[in-house]
Design a protein around this ligand. Sequence first.
Ligand SMILES: *[C@@H]1O[C@H](CO)[C@@H](O)[C@H](O)[C@H]1NC(C)=O
Ligand SMILES: *[C@@H]1O[C@H](CO)[C@@H](O)[C@H](O)[C@H]1NC(C)=O
Ligand SMILES: *[C@@H]1O[C@H](CO)[C@@H](O)[C@H](O)[C@H]1NC(C)=O
Ligand SMILES: [Ca+2]
Length: 825
Amino acid sequence: MAGRRAGAGTGVRTLLALLALRALGAAAHPQCLDFRPPFRPPQPLRFCAQYSAFGCCAPEHDAALARRFGALAARVDAAIWAECAGYALDLLCQDPSTPLRTVPGLCEDYCLDLWRSCRGLFRHLSPDRELWTLEGNRAKFCHYLSLDDTDYCFPRLLVNENLNSNLGRVVADAMGCLQLCLEEVANGLRNPVAMVHARDGSHRFFVAEQLGLVWVYLPDRSRLEKPFLNISRAVLTSPWEGDERGFLGLAFHPGFRHNGKLYVYYSVGVGFHEWIRISEFRVSEDDVNAVDHDSERIILEIEEPASNHNGGQLLFGDDGYLYIFTGDGGMAGDPFGKFGNAQNKSALLGKVLRIDVDRNERGPLYRIPSDNPFVGDPAARPEVYALGVRNMWRCSFDRGDPASGAGRGRLFCGDVGQNKFEEVDLVERGRNYGWRAREGFECYDRKLCANTSLGDRPPPPRALEDLSPRICPPTPRLLRTTQEALLGTGCRLTPASPASADDVLPIFAYPHKLGKSVTGGYVYRGCEYPNLNGLYIFGDFMSGRLMSLRENLGTGQWQYNEICMGRGQTCAFPGLINNYYPHIISFAEDEAGELYFMSTGVPSATVARGVVYKMIDPSRRAPPGKCQIQPAQVKVRSRLIHFVPKEEFIRRTESTPRPTAPAPTKAPRRSRPTTAPLAPTLRPSRSTPRPGRRRGGGRRRGRLGTKVPEPSNGAVRLVRPAGLSPGRGRVEVFAGGRWGTVCDDAWDTKGAAVVCRQLGFAYAVRAAKRAEFGEGHTLPILLDDVRCTGSERNLLECAHAGLGSHNCDHQEDAGVVCSREDPHL
Ligand SMILES: *[C@@H]1O[C@H](CO)[C@@H](O)[C@H](O)[C@H]1NC(C)=O
Ligand SMILES: *[C@@H]1O[C@H](CO)[C@@H](O)[C@H](O)[C@H]1NC(C)=O
Ligand SMILES: *[C@@H]1O[C@H](CO)[C@@H](O)[C@H](O)[C@H]1NC(C)=O
Ligand SMILES: [Ca+2]
C-alpha cells in the first residue's frame, strides 16, 4: 500500500464512476472471495443485480445475501442504516461468506470514507475479532482491509479496465500468452502415452503407459490396483529416453457399452525385425475393469523399416470407422522406395488409414469403407484415407460447439517435423499433407516439391526460423509468400497452382526455435471453462511449450497464442498448481469433455515421473451445478489406490525473476528438461518483468494487505457451509506448503480441542465426523489417524500417520464444533 495515498476527491470520483457503471448495467469484475473463478449466473440476480452477467454468486446465494441484508437492516439503527446501507450492499455482494476471507479487500479511499460513519457494520458482517479491535484506529483498520494488489481492491476493480475488458474472455498477458492453471489428476506414471474414456457413462479414465499397461481411474481419481490391460510382455520398447516404440494408442469402440470392444496400437519385434500391430480386445465378462487378455485378435500389422516414426494414434470417427495414424517408417527424410513411403499410396506407412471393424466376428477382420478415397485406384491401398504424413503424434476429432455443433468432426493432428518445422494439420479425406516433398510450409525435397502438385510454390523463406510462428489458412490453394513471412505480416491469400488441389498446407507450423516435436491436442469443448470453447490446445514434447490456436471465423485464419501458467496470484486457488514437467507426451479429453495433458520429467518408459494435469481457466468458470456429472456405477473388484497429489503450487513474486529451481520442493522442477537443452517450460526470460507491463487482469486473489503471511506449518482453518456460525466447520490443516483435510479415523474431542484452541476458542463441543461439514474434494487428505492428548499446540504435534498417507477418502473428512463458552454450563 506504500506510496499510494488517495486525495479526498478520489473516493467520490470512484463512487460516481461506479454509479454510472451501475446505471449502465455493465458487467463488472467481482472479487470472488472464495478464490475461485467468476462465472455467469444461470439467471439474473435480484439482490446483487450488478453481478447478473458475471460474478461469483449463484442465485441461491443471492437470496441468502438478501436475507442477511434484511437482518442487518433490522439490527442497525435507522439513521445509521440510511447512510450505511449502500456500503452493506457493496460488501455483501462481494460474497464474503467463504472460508478464506470474511470481508472484501478494500481500496484505501473507499475504506476511509466507509470508516467515518459505517465502521460499526463490520461487527455484523465479519466474525474476525482482530478486525473489530482495530475499529478505533482508522489507518490500521484500513490497512488491515487493504490488498497487495491495488488493482483488485473494491471498488476499483469494478472499473479497472484490465480486469473488465477481459470479462468473458481467456486472459492473456502483455505478450499474448493465455494464462491457465493446472490441477494434478494422476501421477507416478511411466511415460503415459494416452488417456481415454470408454464413452459408457462411467466417467472412468484409462491411462496407458508406453510399457504396455493400462490403468483404470474412477471419477474420484482413485486408481484400481489391478491393471486394466497388461501386454508388457508382447510390447517392444526400451528404457532408452525418447524410444518411440511401445504401446502407443488405445481406442474404445463407440459401442463399447454393448460390445465390450477396444483397440490397441503397439510395437512388436523379433530380432531385428520390427512391426506395429493393431489389435482388438474385449473387456472381461466378469470384470468391467479388466480386459480379457485371451480375446486379442490382430486386425492389422505393418512392417517398420526403422525404430522411429511409428505413429500410434487410434480414433473412432462419428462415421463409426477406425482411423489409424501411421508414421513414415523412420530414419530421416523418408528414404524408402523411390519417393518415400508417405507419398506412396501403395504403402501403409506415412498415412491416415480408415477401416471398418464392425461385424467382423465372421469373415474379414476389417472391411474398407466404400467411400474411402482410393478404393478404385489400383496403385493405392484402399485403407488409405490421407497421405503425406511424417509422424502424426496425437490427433483428435472436434466434438463441436456445445450449443451449435459447429466444428464437429474436424480432425486435428500434430505432424512431427524433420529439421525445421512442426505442423498442425486439419486432416480431410483423400488429401495429401505434403511430406516428404514439404515440411511445414516449405519444400523439403525440392525435386519432389517442384515435380508434383506440391510444387509450384514460392521458394522457401530463408529467415523464417528467426520469426515467430505464422498461421496460414487451411485451404490448399492459398499460400503465404516469402516476403510476407519475412515482413511478419501473416498470410496473404494468393492462389497457387490450380493443377491439383489435393495437397494441403498445415493450419499452423512453428520453427524449431519454439520446439522440436509437436504433440497434437484437442479443441476444448468441455463445460467447466466456457472461455476456452473452440480453442485448440496442443504442445511440444521437447520444449514443453503449451500452445493454442483459435479460428477466426471471419477470415478462416488461425490465431496463435502461447499458453503459460498464470502469474502472480492467478493460480493461487486451493488445489491448483502453476507448473508442469516439460516432456508433453499427450493430451486427453474426459467423458465430459474437460481437457488434460500428460507430461513427464524423464521421458523413459521405465521412469515413473509422468503426471496427468487438468487444464483450468482461472478467468471464468461455468455456474455452479451446471457441469455436474452423474457417473454410472461400475462394480470394482480390485483394491483402490487413493490419489494423493504431489506437485505443488510455486509461489513466485512478480517483481523478482523467477527462480530456476524453487528452493523448498524436492521434486525435479519442470523448468529443466532433462534431455532437451531447449527453452524450458517456465521460461525465466519471460518472467522478468518489463517496465510498464501489467498483469493481464483476470481474477486475482484478494489478499489482506501485507498482513496475510503464508500460513505456518500446522495452521488450521475451518471451512463451513454458508450460514453457519463461526467456530464450526471442516478442519483443514496447512502442512508441507499446502492445505489439506483431516481424516476422521481416531478423530475425537481431544483432537477437536487442539483445533479449537488454535483458532482461539476455549472449548471443543464436538468432534464432527463423516464429512458433516462437506468434503474437501480439491484438497489432499493430509492427516490420518490423528491421536492427540489435548494439550498439543497444533495438530502436527499429535501422533498421526505420515503426512499425506492415509486409507480414507473425503467422505471421512473431520470437523469440529468449538465454543467460547463452556458447553457444560
Ligand atoms: C504385467 O505383466 C508382466 C509380464 O507378464 C509382469 O511381469 C508384471 O508384473 C505385470 N504387471 C502388473 C502390474 O500386473
Ligand atoms: C511403394 O510402396 C510399395 C509397398 O511398400 C512398394 O512395393 C513400392 O516399391 C513403392 N513404390 C515406390 C515407387 O517406391
Ligand atoms: C515427377 O514427374 C514425372 C514426369 O512428369 C512423373 O512421371 C513422376 O511420376 C513424377 N513424380 C511424382 C512423385 O509425382
Ligand atoms: Ca505437411
